[in-house]
Design a binder for this molecule. Structure first.
Ligand SMILES: Cc1cc2nc3c(=O)[nH]c(=O)nc-3n(C[C@H](O)[C@H](O)[C@H](O)COP(=O)(O)OP(=O)(O)OC[C@H]3O[C@@H](n4cnc5c(N)ncnc54)[C@H](O)[C@@H]3O)c2cc1C
Length: 378
């Protein structure tokens, strides 16, 4: 029998690198299997919220930080609202450089990384065998952090209906820095008038990230919708589009069994309203890395499930409730935004992580018409 690692991490994105670094810093023998050679392109808006930034133990290198964001401009039919906070709520980052930086930090902490795809695994009860094209690796624990589209997670979470998944299309469009600053400055541009979903224009350094997202069941003809969104906002429709599925967080899923833990997108941990997933990837990766280092094997799965539910799942449940109300009833959403301008102001605090979704909902509920609340609950 060859070497048995303490932990194998399948996937070296934000969740996997964070899990690997956390476990390696605890003195564990960690192997990361990552199928792509970094830096690799990852379809993303590149918005890293204040709460995600606070998960990193240290400031990001300046080459990764592209713009500090203090507010949002929201379009809903003819209504355009812009609000800013006196502090930074989000940073726009170079996503591929960010992921490479996190992976390098995991390696610096002592994790080993192999450029291999994990094809499947078997949990024997004593250890986990992970199959790759070149052979089998063994470990005491497996952390599956291979994202939303990979099949490994199904062994634990079961099959997921594509209809309940989110879908995003994104492109990057180069522009003069002066033009970007004049156009958006330090605001995220969010559009709720996209058929079946929402659109975004984020002012990165020297380029825009432009995208649309929504539930795959409601975002019909996504490529056509995206081309219309580009045209309506003065961009060329010939841009190269990248599409990606995204899980809808807030629904309870199994995230661990035996010696296998799911983290990040593989565990379905994404804000269903904004599509923010990096924070949840970092947070769940950290919890997974701590669990495999600190907790007895026979209670790792149950302890991990309860920490994920307590620290992330409940909050995502509130986010899902809010998302259902707002995305399913855009006209009512428009009425609320028009009448209660403070909604956006408050929501920025949620985005920054200074207010929880549950506190936000407590603040918002008395301001919602009863019919809307009922509609959101169906
Ligand atoms: C278009 C779009 C825009 C988004 N914008 C934002 C945003 O602005 N802000 C935000 O916070 N979130 C955003 N998200 C969500 C965010 O990108 C994800 O939530 C986040 O990447 C999840 O991190 P992860 O580590 O779980 O998975 P990933 O980042 O997907 O990483 C998984 C890694 O696993 C590797 N892999 C896959 N299968 C295997 C395998 N079998 N074996 C080995 N390696 C494997 C992949 O190559 C990849 O490197 C966006 C998502 C999309 C689709």
């Amino acid at each position: 029998m060859g070497q048995i690692f303490d932990v194998i991490v399948a996937g070296g994105g934000p969740a996997g690198s964070t899990a690997a670094r956390t476990a390696a810093l605890r003195g564990l023998d960690v192997l990361i299997l990552e199928k792509s050679i970094f830096p690799r392109y990852k379809p993303c808006g590149g918005a890293l919220s204040l709460k995600a930034l606070s998960m990193l133990d240290g400031p990001l290198p300046p080459r990764i930080q592209e713009r500090k964001i203090t507010g949002a401009r929201v379009h809903c039919r003819d209504l355009v609202l812009e609000r800013h906070k006196s502090y930074e709520i989000t940073q726009l980052i170079d996503r591929s450089a960010f992921d490479q930086y996190l992976l390098e930090r995991a390696i610096l902490a002592g994790a080993r990384a192999m450029p291999e795809k994990a094809l499947g695994f078997l949990d024997s009860g004593e250890w986990v065998s992970v199959q790759t094209k070149d052979g089998v690796y063994k470990s005491r624990f497996l952390i599956v952090a291979s994202g939303c589209q990979d099949a490994l997670k199904k062994e634990i979470a079961g099959p997921e209906s594509k209809k309940s998944m989110g879908l995003c299309l994104v492109t990057e469009i180069e522009a003069e820095e002066d033009r970007i600053v004049e156009h958006l400055g330090s605001a995220l541009d969010i559009h709720f008038s996209v058929a079946g979903g929402y659109g975004w224009i984020f002012p990165h350094r020297g380029y825009y990230s432009v995208g649309i997202g929504g539930l795959s069941s409601s975002l019909r003809h996504p490529r056509q919708t995206m081309r219309r969104f580009l045209r309506d906002n003065g961009f060329s429709q010939d841009a190269r589009l990248s599409g990606h599925l995204i899980p809808q967080g807030g629904n309870r899923r199994r995230v661990a069994q035996g010696r296998v833990l799911l983290a990040g997108d593989a565990a379905g941990l994404v804000d269903p309203f904004t599509g923010e997933g990096i924070y949840y990837a970092l947070a769940s990766g950290k919890i997974a890395g701590e669990m495999v280092g600190d907790v007895q094997a026979k209670i790792v799965a149950s302890s991990y499930e309860s920490r994920i539910e307590k620290e992330l799942g409940r909050e995502l449940g509130h986010a899902l409730f809010f998302s259902k109300i707002m995305h399913r009833h855009p006209r009512l959403f428009l009425r609320i935004l028009a009448r209660e301008e403070q909604v956006l102001e408050r929501y920025l605090e949620v985005g920054a992580g200074r207010m929880s979704y549950s506190d936000f909902m407590l603040w918002l509920l008395p301001r919602l018409p009863l019919s809307l609340m009922r509609a959101g609950l169906v």
